[in-house]
Design a binder for this molecule. Structure first.
Ligand code: PMP
Length: 363
């Protein structure tokens, strides 16, 4: 047997209906029109300035990109108030999660993961043959930091936090997070995935970039896939202590971010107006569905993201199927033990209206 011992734990990325690109989704459902509200994509599309820069970059496809994305990295450092050696680029936030695991995890290390959180933390833990330790959520589905502290052992190597959290949309208050970080032993790396950072509206939320300056063992992950709407380009980044970044750079493949993505990201960082418009559209869509949930008497979690987590009170698989029959594809959360919950990505207002109409038809 040629494959590594961890092989049985590794799951190939097999697309379910909710993971398909729209055209394939239409085919699978036999429909001319579908509303894909399952992938937390930005319905606005990228900044026109980014598109222009990317088109220009296309003219130099014969040349290798900057190996580390120097220009983007410098601009991020400037924007976030850190040094360039605190920043590292990746092929989407997904690759950053893998790079962290490859850099810091060894077989038998323990990795603490909140039970209702982004799935790739578990996948990269398994990749390295490390041991996932799931921490329970609070009753309100917030991340339970005290429960995490109780689970730390000498074998704990990494803690993955997602803030704002996918798929709940909730945030960890900054003061609680700081108190938590002060109690985490230094040998434990705390990874804080802020993929949805720019959508957060709760005044108690703050980025953990400020904690990177206080605690050597904090590493923040961000992405250009969400607010900047560059999901197809695959670019994300991490911010951490220079030693942490240097360690990850020992593992990072050269040229891991292509030149088109680098050009798009750089231009995006300068288009504040596009970011504001993305946020505005999100707010409009969010208000539309929250209004529906109020009307239907369904409990939903406060959303600090571009999706809303709702308890429909009915079997999630049933609701997922009923919506799909009407051409609306959302995320079924039963895999997290939330057997009556769905996660609905926020699209354009007309997409949200399609969702509202489908829900009213079902209920
Ligand atoms: N982290 C979280 C919490 C996410 O929701 C996602 C996207 N689904 C990612 C990381 C991966 O994003 P990217 O497209 O940058 O790989």
């Amino acid at each position: 047997n040629m494959v590594r011992k961890v092989y049985p734990n590794l799951m190939p990325y097999v697309c379910q209906l909710a993971d398909l690109p729209v055209e394939e989704m239409k085919q699978a459902l036999g429909k001319d029109q579908v509303y894909k509200l399952s992938f937390n994509e930005n319905p606005l599309g990228p900044s026109p300035k980014a598109v222009e820069a990317m088109q220009k970059a296309l003219l130099q496809l014969n040349l290798y990109p900057s190996s580390n994305g120097e220009a983007v990295l410098n601009r991020i450092a400037e924007k976030e108030g850190v040094q360039p050696d605190n920043v590292i680029l990746s092929n989407g936030a997904d690759e950053m999660i893998i790079l962290v695991a490859q850099t810091f995890l060894e077989p038998e290390d323990e990795v603490i993961i909140p039970v209702v959180s982004f799935v790739q933390y578990l996948a990269s833990t398994h990749l390295m043959g490390a041991k996932p330790v799931f921490s329970p959520m609070k009753e309100d589905l917030g991340v339970d930091l005290d429960a995490i502290l109780d689970l730390i052992t000498p074998a704990t190597k990494t803690i993955f936090l997602c803030n704002p959290n996918n798929p709940t949309g909730t945030v960890i208050p900054a003061d609680e997070l700081r108190a938590f970080l002060a109690r985490v032993p230094e040998h434990v790396l705390v990874v804080i995935d802020e993929a949805y950072h720019e959508y957060a509206v709760d005044p108690e939320y703050r980025t953990s970039v400020e904690f990177v300056k206080q605690f050597k063992n904090v590493f923040v992950i961000r992405t250009f896939s969400k607010i900047y709407s560059l999901a197809a380009a695959r670019i994300g980044f991490g911010i951490g202590h220079a030693d942490v970044v240097d360690a990850i750079n020992h593992v990072r493949p050269p040229f891991n971010v292509n030149s088109i993505a680098q050009a798009g990201a750089l231009a995006s960082l300068d288009d504040e107006q596009h970011v504001a418009e993305s946020r505005r559209i999100n707010q409009v869509g969010k208000e539309l569905i929250v209004e529906l949930f109020e009307e239907l008497g369904m409990n939903y979690l406060p959303s600090n993201t571009n999706f809303v987590c709702v308890d429909t009170g009915k079997d999630s698989k049933f609701m997922f199927d009923q919506l799909a029959e009407r051409g609306v594809v959302v995320r079924n959360l039963s895999g997290y033990g939330l057997t009556t919950s769905l996660r609905i990505s926020i699209g354009q207002p007309h997409e949200m209206q399609a969702f509202v109409a489908a829900m009213k038809d079902i209920i």
